[in-house]
Design a protein around this ligand. Structure first.
Ligand code: GAR
Length: 206
């Protein structure tokens, strides 16, 4: 008998373009399924896309997150992997502890640089731009990493880089460059990490 698909939950806060690409990529797989899209923003664009694709959705608030409600929901739903796709709240310890080496985060810079508290979305690109103007950096990029209890510090499993143009780049153009990398790499690299993790756990239980 074929094994049941491994259930993946996506956590998103914003526009949800990365979440959408991941849902579309996983839609045709039989080893992995997006079993839940969870967001702290009822107006997140990710909800419309999930509904179109028939993926269950859940909107929660900060209090629920802090009280362990997200962990409880994921565990009850049989979620095995969690993909953060533009999730802008701090992931609480109980959720990190429930998904050791099974929760992935996308960061719009080359960690360990430009990570940590306050470093999300446009703030990151502004900081990269300022560093570029000071002559400290000549490139930026995206990072995918496993989540641990320290903000943005879990082990990276994928990075892609793009050169900066010190005379022409603005925070907005830097954001566009990074978004283009995310468009190319986020969904396939998350899926690759999940597939590798599944085949390693298959070897471990054999
Ligand atoms: C992405 O650029 C992602 O790298 C960033 O939020 C954006 C979400 O875009 N994430 C962070 O800053 C996390 N620290 P999306 O909602 O269109 O996928």
């Amino acid at each position: 008998m074929a094994e049941a698909a491994a259930k993946l939950a996506i956590l998103a806060s914003g526009k949800g373009s990365n979440a959408e690409r991941l849902m579309r990529l996983v839609a045709n797989r039989d080893d992995v399924e997006v079993a839940l899209v969870a967001t702290n923003h009822a107006s997140s664009g990710v909800l419309d896309c999930a509904r179109i694709l028939g993926v269950p959705t859940w909107v929660f608030d900060k209090t629920t997150l802090a009280a362990g409600g997200v962990t409880e929901k994921f565990v009850q739903a049989g979620i095995r992997f969690v993909a953060l796709a533009g999730f802008l709240l701090k992931v609480p310890e109980d959720l990190v502890a429930a998904y050791p080496n099974r929760m992935m985060n996308l960061h719009p810079a080359l960690l360990p640089a430009f990570g940590g508290k306050g470093m999300y979305g446009r703030h990151v690109h502004k900081a990269v731009h300022a560093a570029m103007q000071r002559g400290e950096v000549t490139e930026t990029g995206m990072t995918l990493h496993w989540v641990n209890a320290e903000y943005d510090e879990g082990p990276a499993f994928f990075q892609a880089r793009v050169p900066l143009d010190g005379t022409a780049d603005t925070p907005e153009s830097i954001e566009h460059k990074v978004k283009a990398l995310e468009e190319a790499h986020y969904a396939p690299q998350v899926l690759r990490a999940v597939s590798e993790s599944l085949s390693l756990s298959g070897i471990a239980t054999r």
